[in-house]
Design a protein around this ligand. Structure first.
Ligand code: DQA
Length: 161
C-alpha cells in the first residue's frame, strides 16, 4: 500500500510560523514520525510540499495509478481552490484532509472549505498529531476496502460443489 502526503503553502514554515497556532514542530519532524509509523505498518509513503496550486494539482493527478490513498493539508488553498478539489475528485482515491489548527474556530474565511466535500474524512484541530490520526484512519479505510473487495469476490465466485 502506498500513501502520498501532500502539504500546501507555508507548511514548509512550520516551527517558525505562528507557533501559538501551529506549535513548534517542523514539517520534517512530522514527516519523520509519519515515516516511522509507515515503516512499522508496511506502508510505502511519499511526501510532497508546494506553495504553488498547480503543482499540488499535478501531484494529486500523479497519484492516479500510483498511490492507494492521499493525505492532504491544502493549507490556505483549502478555502479557495476548486482546482485542487476537482483533482481529488478526479483521481477518486481515498483522501483524508488534515488541518493542524481547528479551522472552524478561527476567522470566518477559514470556514469555507472546498476540499472537505471530496475527501473521505477530515482531521481537524489536533495539532501535528492529526497527521498520525490520518495515518491510522487510512489503514482502517484500506482494510475496510480490502474486506469489501474480498466479500464481492466471494459473491461472484460460483458456489463450491
Ligand atoms: C491550515 C489551516 C489553514 O487555514 C491555513 O491557511 C494553513 C494551515 C492548518 O493546518 O491548520 O496554512 O491548513
Amino acid at each position: 500500500m502506498k500513501v502520498v502526503v501532500i502539504q500546501g503553502p507555508n507548511l514548509n514554515m512550520l516551527g517558525v510560523r505562528e507557533q501559538n497556532i501551529y506549535g513548534p514542530m517542523k514539517l520534517e519532524q512530522i514527516h519523520a514520525q509519519m515515516k516511522e509509523f509507515a515503516t512499522q505498518n508496511n506502508i510505502e509513503i511519499e511526501f510532497f510540499q508546494s506553495n504553488l496550486e498547480g503543482e499540488i494539482v499535478d501531484k494529486v493527478q500523479e497519484c492516479y495509478g500510483d498511490a492507494d490513498g492521499i493525505i492532504i493539508n491544502a493549507a490556505a488553498y483549502t478555502h479557495t481552490s476548486i482546482a485542487i478539489r476537482d483533482a481529488i475528485s478526479a483521481v477518486s482515491l481515498p483522501a483524508i484532509e488534515v488541518h493542524i489548527s481547528n479551522i472552524h474556530r478561527r476567522e470566518e474565511f477559514r470556514k469555507e472549505n472546498m476540499i472537505a466535500p471530496v475527501c473521505t474524512s477530515s482531521v481537524v484541530g489536533f495539532g501535528p498529531f492529526g497527521y498520525h490520526l490520518a495515518m491510522v484512519g487510512m489503514l482502517q479505510i484500506m482494510s475496510e476496502m480490502q474486506a469489501a473487495k474480498e466479500m464481492q469476490k466471494q459473491q461472484q465466485e460460483p458456489a463450491a460443489k
